[in-house]
Design a protein around this ligand. Structure first.
Ligand code: SAH
Length: 339
């Protein structure tokens, strides 16, 4: 049995050919599976024989939802995978539409010291079906279309790039989720080779890079991946991404009280990224259980913001969605595992 949610349109067409069916049948199957969210092939306008072949060869997989936490601005879904592992997704309810934050790995090996995901080490990459399944379940649950996707749940997406690209391909299918690449944002902690690969891929989505510090020494104290990739190389990769795809890159910057939030940090950050087609997304730190960090006070954040502005840098501040549903990466999963 092949899990239908794991196949792009092209891969489904190839599989149909392999089974002796016309590849063009994929154009009938895909709208049913992703537009109508069918749970079986029953009723598709195909010959009985073809329907039998489909039923015999394809299953509808995807993870099982075992818990949902609801709040006014964000809902969190906890899923169990077929091997018993758990993952989570967050539905963010903006005024302008729904956005789903998907996970790409079980656990995460990046080890950022402020992040709850890293407390649970990576077990494995998610399959395409397990990523698509998060969207399928949430789409069914809310009964309305999704406006965008953030590939910034648990995991480092550039470590699982091949599967993430297939997932994005499926999410873009016009008669299905129909989410264009301009409405998909992928966040990485700065894996330089992966940034180049994504830049050259068929799906140059919005790129967000978790910077969180304006110099390598400070960055290394909070993000172990900084030992491998220097800021200058990350900035060069971001510049390539932006120029190649004519896109504005986002730099994420989480405000950690007394750690990375000084006026000097702001000025150095401005200098580091000046001249790039980019903006900084200032994120309020959402303290996680047992974390040694806390969020910078409001006045500090405003001062940091003002300095970036004065240097001509575009700045946004992420609205605090979902703090009450443990929406910071990995929090629900960690809580459910007693982590
Ligand atoms: N591995 C990817 C994507 C997952 S994290 C990455 O590192 O970018 C998505 C964003 O949330 C990152 O910028 C991450 O640093 C930030 N983040 C993690 N834990 C957080 C917390 N407790 N509060 C606020 N932001 C957090």
């Amino acid at each position: 049995m092949t899990d239908i949610y794991g196949l792009t349109l092209k891969k489904l067409a190839d599989k149909l050919t392999e089974l002796g069916e016309k590849p063009s049948r994929a154009d009938i199957i895909f709208p049913a599976v992703y537009g109508e969210l069918a749970r079986s092939f029953d009723g598709l306008p195909l010959k009985q024989e073809t329907l039998c072949t489909l039923a015999e060869n394809f299953s509808f997989g995807g993870p099982e939802c075992i818990e949902k936490l609801v709040s006014e601005t964000a809902d969190k879904y906890l899923f169990r995978l077929s091997d018993g592992n758990t993952i989570e997704s967050v539905l963010m309810k903006h005024e302008f539409g729904y956005n789903v934050c998907v996970s790409t790995q079980v656990g995460c090996n990046m080890g950022c010291r402020f992040c709850a995901s890293g407390r649970l080490k990576k077990v494995r990459d998610l399959t395409v079906s397990e990523m698509v399944g998060q969207l399928i379940h949430i789409r069914r649950d809310i009964g309305t279309r999704l406006g965008g996707i953030s590939v910034m749940g648990i995991g480092e997406p550039l470590e699982n790039l091949a599967n993430v690209l297939d997932f994005i391909d499926i999410a873009q299918y016009p008669k299905g989720f129909d989410i264009g690449i301009k409405h998909i944002t992928l966040s990485t902690c700065g894996l330089v080779p992966g940034i180049y690969k994504l830049a050259d891929s068929s799906a140059p989505v919005n790129l967000a890079v978790s910077l969180h510090a304006p110099d390598d020494a400070l960055r290394r104290t909070i993000m172990p991946s900084a030992n491998k990739y220097a800021l200058n190389d990350i900035i060069a990769a971001a510049r390539y991404y932006s120029e190649k795809n004519n896109r504005r890159v986002t730099f994420e910057y989480v405000m950690l009280d007394g750690v990375n939030d000084s006026d000097e940090c702001a000025a150095r950050l401005a200098e580091l990224i000046s001249g790039l087609n980019c903006y900084v997304n200032i994120i309020r730190y959402n303290p996680t259980d047992g974390s040694p960090f806390s969020c910078s006070p409001h006045e500090r954040i405003m001062s940091f913001y003002d300095i970036l502005k004065k240097h001509g840098i575009g700045v946004t501040m992420r609205r605090e969605l979902g703090a009450s549903v443990n929406a910071a990466c990995g929090q629900l999963r960690a809580a459910s595992l007693g982590g």
